[in-house]
Design a protein around this ligand. Structure first.
Ligand code: NAD
Ligand code: ZN
Length: 240
């Protein structure tokens, strides 16, 4: 990567008052949490697209919960890395800042980020399939699978599955932040999952400078102002 380009992006970010950030599974990869796409994402030879769906849960709630329990255990052992911490610093430095994440691991909270729009929910949240109650349960492993609500019905993970709607209002908020941003950062997302994938192009059309950090080129790389390829934990602290 040409240093002059990186320096230009760094200055652009430093002078922006309004910043929005979209993160994906790649920002947590260096914390030891597998991404969905790329090596290390498989569990018992299932693809995430076969497990993270309402149909899979209806067919076999136990199988889906075993996978979530496995992921919860991996996440419980992990902590935030320098990229998560860089975003905390950035939030503290900017008058207007929104962190939009597709991650469900809670590592942005653990690092100390304050304003977080969780597009896909939170893996520590459980939701009753009958009465709609929701609560936080941090036990990993869980002691019963599937876990039950106080009303006796089965709970499901408090996350958004493939084919489901996002939590009401959250996409509007994310779009407003993208439209208002002078700089929009996209970190560690493969840019394949909609509607999150539409946010960076939308920010760009609204006048933001878009900066991508990813291990490898993505469908975004051609439309962004700056694309830097490397580890988020290396590049982000330098950029901030
Ligand atoms: P993805 O798995 O589709 O893509 C991960 C991206 O991160 C890839 O483009 C990869 O090149 C990049 N990457 C990997 N390591 C990196 C590093 N060290 N630095 C920078 N980039 C790196 O992830 P996605 O785009 O977030 O979409 C998948 C869905 O999976 C999301 O909806 C999310 O909810 C869910 N998910 C979440 C977690 C988590 O919470 N940690 C983990 C896996 C999947
Ligand atoms: Zn209930």
């Amino acid at each position: 990567m040409p240093d002059a380009e990186f320096e230009k992006a760094r200055r652009r970010l430093a002078s922006a008052a309004s910043v929005a950030v979209l993160t994906g599974a790649g920002i947590s990869a260096e914390s030891g949490i597998p991404t969905f796409r790329g090596a290390g994402g498989l569990w018992k030879n299932f693809r995430p697209e076969e497990l993270a769906t309402p149909e899979a849960f209806a067919r076999n709630p136990r199988l889906v919960w075993e996978w979530y329990d496995w992921r919860r255990q991996a996440i419980a052992k992990a902590g935030p890395n320098p990229a998560h911490r860089g975003l905390v610093q950035l939030e503290q430095a900017k008058p207007r800042f929104t962190l939009i994440t597709q991650n469900v691991d809670g590592l942005h909270d653990a690092a100390g980020s304050r304003r977080i729009l969780k597009l896909h929910g939170d893996i520590w949240h459980l939701r009753c399939t009958a009465c709609g109650a929701d609560w936080i349960d941090r036990r990993a492993p869980l002691d019963t699978i599937p876990p039950l609500c106080a009303c006796g019905a089965q709970a499901r993970p408090g996350v958004v599955w493939f084919g489901e709607m996002l939590p009401p209002g959250i996409l509007d908020e994310a779009q407003r932040a993208a439209a208002a941003a002078q700089v929009f950062l996209v970190i560690g997302t493969s840019a394949l999952v909609y509607p999150a994938a539409a946010l960076a192009p939308y920010a760009r059309r609204s006048g933001a400078t878009v900066i991508e950090i990813n291990l490898e080129p993505t469908p975004f790389s051609d439309i962004v102002d700056f694309a830097f390829h490397g580890k988020a934990g290396d590049l982000l602290p330098k950029l901030v």
